[in-house]
Ligand binder design. Structure first.
Ligand SMILES: Cc1cc2nc3c(=O)[nH]c(=O)nc-3n(C[C@H](O)[C@H](O)[C@H](O)COP(=O)(O)OP(=O)(O)OC[C@H]3O[C@@H](n4cnc5c(N)ncnc54)[C@H](O)[C@@H]3O)c2cc1C
Length: 291
């Protein structure tokens, strides 16, 4: 099907894009990689009167660390999944992200789709939402009237819904720099390569002298939005990554999931996959000597 008619605007500066958003907020949609928006428009699930294409904007393609404070990684709104997949910086310092990037769909989608677009799209089966929750990242939003930083824990507001205002552009995502003894991974069960997650699990652990100082666990595809398994995280902090602690955290993460039976599997099956994958991710942390 063809999309319904729309006006196409291609600003060339951030200020221009923000003033267009301020002017047309309720009628406009931002176009980034188009991998979610264009299919929705073709199916007529979305029919924006105006498309604001941000692909010509300068200064949104950065993927770099910032040393301010305890340091953080900045991922600009035009950084494609393919760039994340290739990034040596991610492989060296951000293993949860490095593990997730090649698992996002297929090469065509990864070449166009952006991490920030995926966060804004807020598909409960999107992988990046769980990664951002596990890593305690945030989204930086700009509008004609200012800028705000929204923690991942406050960003998602339900299926396909975030707290981003229609006049705001998400300009980058940020992820705190890892501590010296940190490990992470992303495990994804998919029916076939390129499929959305049946279950995805993001794990991130930091330790000091063998004791967990920070734990992050995000769950994909097992609830109405990406889930941060807070009880499981808290059960790990202050403890060594023993088999018992891992088993307990995995059980708590499974209890935090709210899967539904669908074509990808039964609710019981998905909950069990959460338990197994959280335990597997934490055992990998142990093997990587984060402890
Ligand atoms: C066949 C297929 C398989 C896929 N498989 C997976 C998968 O396995 N895992 C996964 O995580 N994702 C998957 N996706 C989704 C893919 O990752 C999308 O690219 C991503 O969700 C959206 O990114 P985008 O840059 O294409 O955004 P777009 O499609 O351009 O936009 C998506 C939404 O976000 C808004 N938006 C985008 N950028 C901004 C911004 N900077 N500020 C404000 N609003 C913005 C748009 O207005 C729109 O509402 C798949 C998509 C397809 C087509």
């Amino acid at each position: 099907m063809f999309p319904s008619e729309f006006e196409y605007l291609a600003p060339t500066t951030l200020d221009e894009a923000l003033s267009l958003l301020a002017e047309h907020a309720e009628d406009a949609k931002v176009l980034a990689g188009g991998q979610s928006l264009i299919p929705l428009m073709k199916l007529r699930f979305a029919a924006p009167a105006i498309l604001i294409d941000i692909n010509g904007l300068p200064g949104l393609s950065h993927l770099q660390e910032d040393k301010r404070g305890r340091g953080f990684l900045r991922i600009g709104a035009l950084v494609r999944n393919a760039a994340l997949e290739r990034s040596e910086l991610l492989k060296a310092r951000y293993p949860t992200m490095a593990a997730a990037a090649p698992l996002i769909s297929d090469p065509i989608v990864r070449n166009q789709g952006t991490l920030v677009g995926s966060l804004v799209h807020a598909d409960p089966q999107g992988d990046w939402g769980s990664v951002l929750l596990a890593l305690e990242g945030e989204v930086v939003a700009k509008s004609a009237t200012g800028e705000r930083r929204i923690p991942a824990t406050k960003f998602f507001d339900g299926p396909f819904t975030t707290v981003l205002r229609p006049d705001e552009l998400a300009v980058e995502a940020r992820v705190p720099a890892p501590g010296p003894r940190s490990f992470g991974t992303y495990l994804k069960l998919e029916r076939k390569v390129g499929d959305f997650a049946t279950v995805g699990v993001a794990v991130s652990v930091s330790t000091e002298r063998g004791v967990v100082t920070r734990a992050g666990i995000g769950l994909t595809g097992v609830g109405p939005a990406n889930i941060k398994a807070v009880d499981a995280e808290q059960a790990l902090v202050g403890h060594r990554l023993t088999d018992k602690a891992i088993r307990r955290a995995a059980e708590l993460a499974a209890a935090a999931s709210e899967p539904r039976t669908d074509v990808r599997g039964s609710a019981d099956y998905k909950r069990e996959v959460v338990r197994v994958y959280v335990a597997r991710g934490l055992h990998q942390a142990l093997a990587a000597k984060a402890a």
